[in-house]
Design a protein around this ligand. Structure first.
Ligand code: FEO
Length: 394
């Protein structure tokens, strides 16, 4: 994609990564991603907002050459993670007069991760500004969106917020601005679940902090820009502030079918009591979809057979993930089948310290489920339905 001006002297110069399918060797990218970088020209100085992933540095440099950029004064590094900072050394080689502008915490990261020389870095404090002549960049610290050093830049004259990871979506598209709201809602929610949800208390504070800024455009560093900022701001508010919904999530794994029988039975028992169920067969599931389901769910039921005296490793991964993502869950429990004992309940329970949940009685059975076990699953479904009704006033 060619560099595109979306305001006079302001260009999108980043790179689209159509084919990337995994981020951090962990997160699925079903729709690719982009590393957005923006060029802002003032009457006297020029700034580049973030760089791109090192795999795409040639694209960024080509875009700058195509625009005839001979001199860069500032490279604003909102975030130290390499998908945005990783091409800064290449930019500094091409534009040796440029200085890197970043938060205090980001400075050390850029020196440690990218060997950016200290003398090339200008450290800015929260609320500090830099003039480009007729345009002013204001830096606003927004810690933990996504790392502790993250900040955003507000360009007051144009009411543009350069937000880096904050409000992003992993989406490769030729759209400069959001056109397909349904698609972006889905991918922004996936992004929120995987990247932002663990820091939701900081997101709350950062959303409050941004309230004082009149914003016409949000320009994130992944996915299309928002020319209707309320679209994404309202989504974030709902994901962060709304109570959980009448949803039970069941991540499960079954080796010979006993645990699957329990999951099938519990699914119907919950459905018949009005509880929406989202199920994930862990060995073949997209963990991004599991993460997304946890944004709204009130209950998680981890379903695991016992193997080698503990929970199946896929269930261990699901418990670890749920604990790390810190969703708004209120209730949790475990179901599954064993044959000669083990520590499944103890191990999974011990893996959920971050969740502010009430632990409901587990249903762990020997071998295939019998009538008494189905009765216990009915009882569990009834308890979950009642808890949800009380929680949600339904
Ligand atoms: Fe897109 Fe935290 O990097």
């Amino acid at each position: 994609m060619k560099p595109a001006a979306f305001r006079p002297g302001i260009y999108a110069v980043g790179a689209i990564d159509w084919d990337r399918r995994l981020f951090d060797s962990l997160i699925p990218l079903p729709d690719g991603t982009s590393y957005n970088s923006y060029l802002v020209q003032g009457s006297s100085k020029t700034a580049l907002m973030d760089s791109v992933d090192p795999a795409m540095e040639k694209v960024l440099l080509r875009h700058l050459r195509e625009l005839g950029i001979k001199k860069l004064d500032f490279v604003i590094a909102h975030h130290g993670e390499q998908d945005h900072s990783g091409s800064i050394p290449a930019v500094l080689r091409e534009y040796p007069e440029a200085k890197v502008v970043c938060s205090s915490k980001c400075k050390g990261m850029l020196m440690d991760l990218l060997a950016v020389p200290e003398e090339k870095i200008i450290e800015v404090q929260d609320g500090e500004t830099i003039s480009l002549g007729d345009r002013t960049l204001k830096f606003v610290y927004t810690p933990w969106v996504h790392w502790p050093e993250t900040m955003v830049t507000y360009l007051a004259e144009e009411k543009i917020l350069f937000s880096c990871d904050f409000f992003g979506s992993h989406l490769a598209t030729t759209d400069t601005f959001v056109t397909d709201e349904g698609r972006v809602r889905e991918l922004a929610k996936r992004y929120y679940a995987e990247i932002m949800m663990p820091f939701h208390t900081n997101i709350e504070k950062n959303l409050e902090k941004l309230k004082e800024y009149a914003i016409d455009i949000i320009a994130p560093s992944h996915g299309p820009m928002y020319d209707k900022p309320d679209f994404i701001l309202n989504l974030y508010r709902s994901w962060v502030f709304d109570p959980p919904k009448n949803i039970a999530v069941i991540p499960f794994v079954s080796m010979h079918g006993s645990t699957l029988q329990m999951v099938d039975y519990l699914t119907e028992a919950l459905e018949s009591r009005g509880v929406e169920v989202k199920r994930f067969d862990l060995p073949v599931s997209d963990i991004g979809k599991l993460a997304m389901s946890l944004v709204d769910a009130a209950t998680i039921i981890i379903a695991a057979p016992t193997v080698l005296a503990g929970p199946h490793p896929h269930a261990v991964f699901a418990a670890y993930l749920a604990n790390a993502l810190r969703p708004k869950l209120r209730y949790a429990t475990i179901i599954g089948s064993y044959l000669w004992g083990g520590r499944t309940e103890e191990i999974i329970k011990g893996m959920l310290p971050n969740l502010k949940v009430e632990l409901l009685n587990p249903v762990l059975i020997k071998g295939l489920p019998r009538e008494v076990d189905f009765n216990n699953l009915d009882q569990l479904a009834g308890t979950i339905a009642e808890k949800h009704k009380t929680l949600l006033n339904i």
